[in-house]
Design a protein around this ligand. Sequence first.
Ligand code: WT7
Length: 635
Amino acid sequence: MSNYHIKHLEEYFQVYRKSVQHPEAFWEEIAEEHFVWRSKWDRVLSWDFTKPEVKWFEGAELNITENCLDRHLPTKRNSTAIIFEPNDPQEEAQHITYGQLHERVCRMANVLKESGINKGDRVCVYLPMIPELAYTVLACARIGAIHSVVFAGFSSNALAARINDCDCKMVVTSDGSFRGNKIIDLKGIVDAALEDCPGVEKVLVAKRTGGKITMKKNRDYWLKPLLNDAYADNDAERMKAEDPLFILYTSGSTGKPKGMVHTSGGYMVYTAYTFKNVFQYREGDVYWCTADIGWITGHSYIIYGPLANGATTVMFEGVPSYPDYGRFWAVVEKHKVNQFYTAPTAIRALAKENLEYVEKYDLSSLKVLGSVGEPINEEAWHWYNNNIGHGKSPIVDTWWQTETGGIMITPLPYVTPTTPTYATLPFIGIQPALMDEEGNEIMGIQVDGRLCIKFPWPSMARTIWGDHERYRDTYFTAYKNNYFTGDGALRDEVGYYRITGRVDDVIIVSGHNLGTAPIEDSINEHPAVAESAIVGFPHDIKGNALYGFVILKEIGEARDRDNLRKEINQQITEHIGPIAKLDKIQFVPGLPKTRSGKIMRRILRKIASKDTENLGDISTLLNPEVVKEIMDNTL
Ligand code: WT7
């Protein structure tokens, strides 16, 4: 019991030491005392980062939904598991108890089974933030189907690519979705996607907006009548600890999105344990993470982590600006939220608005504030601390990734003294290392380098769906025997970590991870475009925005530039989604390249950021003359 809830700094150091000196004994104790298993493991951990292969709790059997639902029933049948807060504040919120959630998940599990979904099958979930999303995810886990949730802001092309990559047999979606004052035709997007997805046999459709849609015969079925007819109980499937639980796609710096595969046992243990400590969750608290379940933050810290702890977790359908910029704070007051977890981009957007939007509301229930998704800048940190936390709710700046499954570097509130912009200390069991460009570990303090993790942790992704080689190449080859995160970081004089940002070609825009390659591919498909390069540049609200340098073909040269810009962004919206649109598009005669033909993004980044005083040596470029030309015409 003692190690599960850490309450002061000395205890943190003590538990941390134990967790790295005796990782297996440490995690075994946590797993044994706080979860229900159908059978115990033969081995706590086996690993080899060269293959790479990592297995936690091998031989054990469990079902994560028994840990999230069934085991709470004797004590929590009538306690709230999920508070659903709709997009429209006039619509009543739903308080879904553990008893109700259990029943609805069981019904949904039976519907999936009767629709032909078996253990190991992939189910694509393309739903807005409505309760059916939580039911579907948990129902998949209950029958051992692998869920692949696709954020319902992705375009039909992006959806089709994800459906096909892991051969989903089914899509669960809704007629439409509400986002602020907009209604989005989700079913129409699914229909368009499925023209290219021959493997999908069935589509289940939840009713949300009541919009007009078409239902394809023998393929599309309304969910509601199926749920009503289904049995209200379902025996959870026995799953092996290392069976895949879900696939979640994340952008890579090159090529198609990577389907990160997470498994059951270790993921459950780590997300539950981090949730408890990073948010200092106490019985009866109301916790709210504003992320969408389409991202890892929603998987780990709206669904699995909170529910494994028997917590009350808020699911918010709307956006921070609707009906006005006070919505977040209205919801905090309404549901007396104790822990609030959001992204720096949302904080920056709200900080720009009149403080009256905040001051109208009683925020005194708040005890912990969280931040995730990108580095939080000092100004946003102070605004959050002063105006939302009133200097008394610690801010946990949590660094982690889709690949890590759970929070990796973070303060523990009321335990770790915080410093703005610092994610501070590794979580229990996490062994970070900073590396130089030659691959040597940089020891000591006041140093910076590339952030790696030296030792496995229970919730790490085990592979990329269908491409283990890419998994190895992306994460385990740059630094021998280490997991490479793709981020840079520094360690200060007290050993705190500060994440400085990506060191690869991934750009984080409004907290969304975007790879440059797929966007460039999309632009290059435009008939007037010859070649392009994308870089990020600093943006007040989004953190980074996208700047495109585009070389036109001859037919493009004759065209109206503003129209071309519109068409290019339209094309990106269709291929990827509106989140990948470019803020600026500069038409250029050429791109700076090395002699081996590689685009020098470093130079383009400086130009886009208007930071051209120190461009470095450009004389070794293939075409140094183009740099001045680009600089003279920056937007
Ligand atoms: C990348 C991972 C994991 C949740 C959402 C993002 C950046 C994430 C922080 C933070 C600085 C952060 C990193 C990381 N990032 N949190 N607290 N401070 N940077 O997941 O889409 O997989 O993106 O987000 O660059 O590598 P993701």
